[in-house]
Design a protein around this ligand. Structure first.
Ligand code: FES
Length: 103
């Protein structure tokens, strides 16, 4: 099973092949914001894929549009509810890197 390492807290979880990063995280008790419930209508589930971006499903147009709204956007950014995992990856959650101070 593909593994997802969350760089912020050093936690590694297992994902089912073809599961979204968000689904795998929530199932394993890792909190990622998901205001729209995972239907690509917000950008709060934004994650930065530090390694293994090729192991994710290709980005679709609606994800690209929605991702434009994300805070702290990088070239390695994905919406975790839309990116399906097919191999090991390392991610960071941008909203969690501010020492609990979110706005
Ligand atoms: S949870 Fe809203 S876009 Fe992913």
């Amino acid at each position: 099973m593909p593994k997802i390492l969350f760089q912020d807290d050093g936690k590694t979880i297992e994902a089912k092949d073809g599961e979204s990063i968000l689904q795998a995280a929530l199932r394993s008790g890792v909190h990622i914001e998901h205001n729209c419930g995972g239907v690509c209508a917000c950008s709060t589930c934004h994650v930065i894929v530090e390694q293994g971006i090729d192991h994710l499903s290709p980005m679709q147009e609606d994800e690209e549009d929605q991702l434009d709204e994300a805070e702290g956007l990088t070239l390695k950014s994905r919406l975790s509810c839309q990116a399906l995992v097919h191999g090991d990856i390392v991610v960071r959650i941008p909203l969690c890197t501010k020492g609990g101070h979110e706005h």
